[in-house]
Design a protein. Structure first.
Length: 251
């Protein structure tokens, strides 16, 4: 039987790029995505590379999340990998944040928590596996030009979640790591930039990164793939800065 991977938020961007890498090596991929146009489009595109299935799920609907988590063992008995990749980002001043703004970010973590719990039980039964969370540079460092207090609070929590799970699940041969990207060209910016202008707009952040350019989904996916596989068998509890050098310094 093929190993299975669950990617929470894999219809676009980093999650989709990770799915492509896993499909190329024969892993069966299950993708959770919002019920929108990207879901079936991504399934159609990825199906050319291997066995893929998409599941429509609103991560802010906790009842639906719990219902999905209950059925995971039946849907994916050969689960080996989990990637928590879903996200939303829209800078907003702290003094203007509403409760709805706050919930939009933290609902993701609540969904990740219970989906990961269900996944970890399957991985335990399967004698091990690997989990990678997509955190953020903003969870480590504040950037005044992009005020994101609720987003950063959620991502910092995801970093802590990663380290706690690494400790608790190590006895079951389950490794848990995270990546913390800086500016990567993905549709996540569509919340405040017109989708057809994301590429052009983000070029203004090239010089923000010491390496001289913004990131691409493949830059992050390659590291996620490495952390999922046995090539990183002695790595757990790590939050890796995949950020073009931003955390090292500034140009």
């Amino acid at each position: 039987m093929k190993n299975q991977a669950l990617i929470v938020g894999g219809t676009t961007g980093i999650g989709k790029a990770t799915a492509e890498l896993l499909l190329k090596e024969g892993v069966e991929v299950i993708i959770i995505g919002r019920p929108n146009k990207n879901l079936k489009k991504s399934e159609s595109e990825l199906a050319k590379m291997g066995s893929v299935k998409t599941i429509a799920l609103d991560l802010s609907d906790l009842a639906s999340v719990h219902e999905f988590a209950k059925g995971m063992a039946q849907q994916m008995p050969n689960l080996k990998y989990l990637v928590n990749a879903a996200g939303y980002f829209s800078p907003k001043a702290f003094l203007e944040h509403s409760e709805a703004d706050y919930d939009k970010y933290h609902d993701f973590n609540k969904a990740f928590f219970f989906i990961t719990q269900a996944a970890a039980k399957i991985l335990k039964d399967n004698q091990g596996g690997s989990i990678v969370n997509i955190g953020s540079m903003w969870g480590k460092q504040a950037i005044k030009a992009t005020p994101s207090s609720a987003y950063s609070m959620a991502k910092a929590g995801l970093h802590a979640f990663t380290q706690h799970l690494a400790m608790e699940l190590a006895d079951y041969n389950i490794r848990v790591n995270a990546v913390a990207p800086a500016v990567v060209v993905t549709p996540i910016y569509a919340a405040f930039i017109e989708e057809d202008k994301i590429e052009e707009t983000l070029q203004g952040f090239n010089a923000f990164h010491p390496i001289g350019r913004v990131g691409r989904p493949a830059d992050i996916a390659n590291t996620i793939h490495f952390l999922l596989t046995d090539k990183s068998a002695w790595v757990t509890g790590a939050i890796w800065d995949i950020d073009g050098g931003v955390m090292a310094g500034r140009n």
